[in-house]
Write a protein that binds this ligand. Sequence first.
Ligand SMILES: C[S@@+](CC[C@H](N)C(=O)[O-])C[C@H]1O[C@@H](n2cnc3c(N)ncnc32)[C@H](O)[C@@H]1O
Length: 505
Amino acid sequence: MSERDIVAALERRAGAKPEFRLSELQKDLGTGQSPEHLAGEIRPHLDSLGLTLRPSGDDYVITRRGAGCLTVDDAGRERQLAFFRNPEVPGYIQRLVESYIVRKTGKPWDDPAVLDRMANAILVQKSRYWKEQRVSYRKAYQVLGYLAYHAPVYLVQFEHIFWQVINRGLAKPNMRILDLGTGPGVVPLAVIDLLGRIGSGSAEVYAVERSQEHIEAYNALVPAAAAAQRNTVRVEKPIREDIGEITGRDLPDRIDLMVFSNVLGELRQMEIEQRADLVVALAGRLAPDGTIVVVEPADLANATAMRQTVRAIADRGLTIHSPCSFIWGTACNPARCWTFEQKGDIRPTRLMERLAEGKDGYRFMNVDIKYSSALLRKDALVQHAYRVPSGAKFARFSHLRRHVDRTINAVAALMSGNLGDDRTKVYKVCDGTPGDPVYAVIPATLRGPNRDALRDIAYGEIVQLYGVLVRFNKDHGAYNLVVLPGTRVEPVECPAGNGAGTEAA
Ligand SMILES: C[S@@+](CC[C@H](N)C(=O)[O-])C[C@H]1O[C@@H](n2cnc3c(N)ncnc32)[C@H](O)[C@@H]1O
């Protein structure tokens, strides 16, 4: 097969669909080349055809680039993927944090007295957090503790989220970003670091924070990090204000990315509905094609509250772009929705290692990345525009009660990695209809290829499950869809698109 034939087939596919899998192109070509080999052949032509390519399990996804999207060249993409393979807070940011500790305390950053006070601050902060009390950032050591314990994982976590924003075609070459409740500037640091690494794109960053101590840390860290990355990110002076009281006049307009990272859950004095009102009011400053990111920790209480907040925001007219898909056109009920993403652990920072040297050191190690997030839009764009075709023989999850102990066909988004173990695999699935939680279960006794049927399906992707057995788990008030030897699991190919009218209010 000549290169010209391959490019022609690629053009035909891209003309027919804005997003497709490399395996579809393979089928069109009818050749037996490996996906890696075919990906290598088409790579040099992607830019000129306005396409992007990204790995997805054993396959690749090819997406038509929207006009005005940030693109990343192969070398930049490989550098960022290498970073995610061994994630850590980059050396220049660790050094900035250490220098800030020296400046604040007048002592070496690893002075035993400094470490001791930081350790105490971390323990107090953790206990207040779990008791659902208001967390305070008024004192220097509270912020130093935050920098030591929370900031490293949140920084790498936001790089994962920002990378998704880019890969989904939602980032612009020059973005205006507003980070609300920025703390010491974790989100701006992640943006600076990622854009510096990929070597394309620029941004101007605005931030709002009410704690003076955090603002002091922000001023010490963020502009210096931007300078270290050749100032591709312009850092505006942070606005000291309560986000509940800020008015549109204080904020820039036409914001491309508005971020609420680990902040809505801290608005403990506000009900879910008030939090949603606040986000919707601030969304007035969003560009018509801008994106809102909401992210919260993955524990049951925070993740569920976050899903309820996002639902309430959608009820006020914004669209959930991802990870949720409303494939039946119904509104969900997230009262029991516990879904989160998990990424590879980060390497501990030098500071974390020193804090963990003493007794009960594990209490100062915070390296795992688990978060609950959502992207929202004003323009009704959704990640998956797939709708269940009318007349299709799939059972809605809200009707599972009728099908207990029977075999059914279902279609749903995969909303977790394996929550079970290597023997019994358990995956959360959701079809957007309101009801009890539903899990796809691969029993320990199942042998054959279906054991790995869900392993390579990405979080949020939609799958058809033909021939699963419905069981009700009384202990958990949840349904299990048991995968059998004869069950067929087929990912659904679903392009991004306009979700206008796809979601019932
Ligand atoms: C858990 S930290 C998150 C910091 C950063 N966004 C991150 O992801 O690491 C929450 C931040 O929100 C700030 N915050 C909480 N409530 C706020 C409010 N009403 N107005 C402004 N900032 C607020 C806190 O001071 C703190 O810096």
